[in-house]
Write a protein that binds this ligand. Structure first.
Ligand SMILES: *[C@@H]1O[C@H](CO)[C@@H](O)[C@H](O)[C@H]1NC(C)=O
Length: 360
């Protein structure tokens, strides 16, 4: 039997026919290792929804949304959270053990210490991750820590956020006793790629490629979940009403228990500093949506503008432009909503770019 089939049967059978199945499928070492993993599986389609996951590419405003939801409504994050840093002074709202576990999941398959920007991160396979966790092949102390927190009724309604979840989201599902809802957000790919260059010195083409990979993974991995979608622009334009809409839809559409608090203008203003942040927000909006440049392509009524290339070599300039256009077309499709369709065709990403982009 193929490993994936075995895994699916395993998950199904844990709830249906444990004893018989174990003695049949798991023999000797495999069974012992499995017992060693010592983590509960909750694999039922009928799980209630006691919280939600925020999915979005790095530098896409997921911290701002999460901060507004946590501080504005009282959704619970568990602890400890990552410390605020210069690239997110208001905090990340990321549960440290969840980030650690995501790093373990990714490291196991990509062999890079913090693999969030690995060019081949799209090769991550959640079924392998689940199997590695069950077989005791990877360290799951963080997984146990997070699930103990989130599976506790006192933690509801919870919010779990880490951009790595775009990639690893499905690896968590069997270990949660609830079926989480999803808040998905995105930001203009060029803004994200520029931000990644400033923070991490990633070449523009690498940032654009990661933008495609993360957004595709987030949408595909959450296709079967109850999902509320938004965007960085929608939040910046009207933080109060957009965050209120998100919370209302989480409750009314996705059955997330109502949060304990009520969003107040004061919370939004204290979180998004009314003068400084507003100006920044307006500037960001202008950067992202106002046409200052030539239109280089009209894609389904959506204008795509020229951008200053970072490459001097004609060959690399062309590869970068191809990547930029692929990302911007997806951005157009997110704005119109068609990128959420089940039959949406995601572009191929060239192998060549994949292997060469790490070289600046
Ligand atoms: C999770 O880990 C944190 C920090 O190491 C610790 O404070 C907390 O008690 C742990 N929680 C559980 C449920 O194990």
């Amino acid at each position: 039997m193929r490993p994936i089939v075995v895994l699916k049967k395993t998950l199904l059978c844990v709830t249906l026919c444990c004893a018989a199945y174990f003695s049949f499928e798991f023999k000797g070492d495999t069974f012992r290792q499995r017992s060693l993993a010592n983590i509960e599986i909750h694999d039922s389609e009928l799980k209630p929804t006691s919280g939600f996951v925020v999915l979005g590419m790095h530098r896409s405003g997921t911290s701002m949304i999460s901060g507004l939801l946590v501080e504005g409504f009282g959704y619970k994050t568990g602890g400890p959270l990552l410390e605020p840093a210069s690239d997110n002074e208001k905090g990340f709202f990321e549960l440290s053990p969840a980030v650690n576990q995501n790093q373990v999941f990714l490291y196991d398959q990509l062999q890079l210490r913090d693999a969030w920007n690995h060019p081949n991160i799209d090769s991550f396979n959640h079924e392998i991750a689940i199997r590695s966790a069950l077989n005791g092949e990877i360290d799951i102390k963080n997984l146990r820590n997070v699930t103990e927190q989130l599976n506790d009724a006192k933690s509801s309604p919870w919010l779990l956020k880490d951009p790595r979840l775009c990639i690893t989201f499905q690896s968590w599902l069997p270990f949660l006793n609830s079926k989480p809802a999803v808040v998905f957000t995105y930001r203009n790919p060029l803004s994200v790629a520029k931000s990644l260059n400033i923070r991490d010195r990633l070449p523009l083409i690498h940032g654009l490629r990661l933008w495609i990979v993360y957004n595709k993974a987030a949408i595909q991995n959450s296709a079967h979940m109850c999902r509320v979608t938004t965007s960085n622009n929608a939040i910046l334009q009207d933080p109060f009403n957009e965050v209120l809409r998100i919370s209302n839809e989480l409750t009314s559409k996705c059955n997330v228990p109502p949060p304990p608090g009520q969003l107040s203008v004061e919370t939004v203003d204290s979180f998004i500093d009314p003068t400084l942040q507003h100006n920044q927000a307006v500037r960001k909006l202008q950067e992202e949506s106002l046409p200052q440049k030539q239109v280089i392509e009209v894609y389904n009524d959506c204008d795509i503008y020229e951008y200053p290339s970072w490459q001097t070599d004609a060959y690399w300039k062309q590869l970068e432009m191809d990547m930029y256009l692929k990302a911007m077309r997806i951005h157009c499709d997110l704005e119109s909503g068609v990128a959420y369709n089940a039959d949406y065709v995601w572009p191929n990403l060239q192998e060549k770019v994949k292997t060469n982009i790490a070289v600046e």
